[in-house]
Design a binder for this molecule. Structure first.
Ligand SMILES: Cc1cc2nc3c(=O)[nH]c(=O)nc-3n(C[C@H](O)[C@H](O)[C@H](O)COP(=O)(O)O)c2cc1C
Length: 233
C-alpha cells in the first residue's frame, strides 16, 4: 500500500513538473517570436518563422458574412504577431499540408497570388509553405503603396501580387483573367478574417503599381490590390 501511494505521488509530481516545463517553453517561444518581430531592425533578421497557427475559434461563418464590410477607419496601433500570422494563414495559407493546398483556390492550382506585408520595419514576403516571412526590403514603405492617406497609416498593408512566373502555360489574356479571379478569393478571405477578429480593412484598387513593383523587385507579374488592415478606430 505504502509503495502504491509513493508511486502515485511520484507520478503526480512528474506530471506537474512536465506541465510547468511545457508552459515555460511555450512562453519562451511566444516571447522570442514577438521579440524577433519587434526588434527586426536591430537584429537584422531576414526571416521570421510564423509556425503553425491556431485554426479554431473566431466567428461562425454566417456571422462573419453578416459582419463583412469595408472599413477605412483603421487604428495605427500595431497588431500582435500571432494575429498577423493567423491573418496571413487565413488569406492564403496552406490548409492541406499533404498536398500544399491552400485556404483559397487557384486556376490549375498554380497559386500565383503572393502577399507582401508592408509594415513599419520593412516589406515582408509571405511564404505559406515554409510558414515564414522573408524580408524583401527594410524600412517603412507603407506610404508608397497608395496615394490614399489612410492606407499608409495602417499598421499592416497587405499587397497582393500575381506572380506570372508561376503562369508560364497561360496566354497573356488568361494570366490577367485568372489572376484577377484568384486574387478576389484572397481578398475575400482577408475581409472575412477581419470580420471574425474585429479588424478594419478595405480592398484598395488605387495602388501605385509601378512604385510597388520596383520596391519588391517584381519582374514578371502584376501588382493587384492592397488591403490596409488593423484594429478598428
Ligand atoms: C476591386 C476593388 C477595388 C476597390 N478599390 C477601392 C479603393 O481604391 N479605395 C477605396 O476606398 N475602396 C475601394 N474598394 C472598396 C469598395 O468601395 C467597397 O467594397 C464598396 O463600396 C462596397 O462596400 P462594402 O465592401 O462595405 O460592401 C474596392 C473594392 C474592390 C472590390
Amino acid at each position: 500500500m505504502k509503495r502504491y501511494v509513493l508511486t502515485l505521488m511520484v507520478v503526480f509530481v512528474g506530471i506537474g513538473l512536465y506541465a510547468q516545463v511545457q508552459e515555460t517553453a511555450n512562453a519562451i517561444e511566444t516571447q522570442s517570436k514577438t521579440m524577433a518581430f519587434d526588434n527586426i531592425n536591430k537584429t537584422n533578421e531576414l526571416i521570421i518563422e510564423l509556425g503553425d497557427v491556431e485554426t479554431s475559434g473566431g466567428l461562425p461563418l454566417m456571422e462573419a458574412l453578416r459582419e463583412r464590410k469595408s472599413n477605412r477607419n483603421i487604428s495605427p496601433s500595431e497588431i500582435d504577431f500571432q494575429l498577423l500570422a493567423k491573418l496571413l494563414w487565413a488569406a492564403c495559407g496552406v490548409n492541406r499540408p499533404a498536398e500544399n493546398k491552400k485556404t483559397v483556390p487557384s486556376a490549375r492550382n498554380v497559386q500565383e497570388i503572393e502577399i507582401y506585408a508592408f509594415m513599419e520595419n520593412g516589406i515582408w514576403h509571405y511564404n505559406p509553405i515554409a510558414k515564414q516571412l522573408h524580408l524583401t526590403k527594410a524600412g517603412d514603405h507603407r506610404k508608397s503603396v497608395s496615394r490614399l492617406e489612410f492606407v499608409g497609416a495602417a499598421p499592416v498593408v497587405l499587397v497582393l501580387v500575381a506572380n506570372y512566373d508561376k503562369m508560364k502555360d497561360f496566354s497573356a489574356e488568361d494570366k490577367v483573367f485568372y489572376s484577377s479571379i484568384d486574387c478576389g478569393y484572397v481578398g475575400q478571405n482577408i475581409y472575412l478574417f477581419a470580420a471574425s477578429e474585429n479588424l478594419a480593412t478595405v480592398t484598395i484598387g488605387q495602388v501605385n503599381r509601378e512604385a510597388v513593383a520596383k520596391l519588391i523587385g517584381l519582374k514578371n507579374g502584376k501588382v493587384m490590390i492592397a488591403h490596409p488592415i488593423g484594429y478598428a478606430k
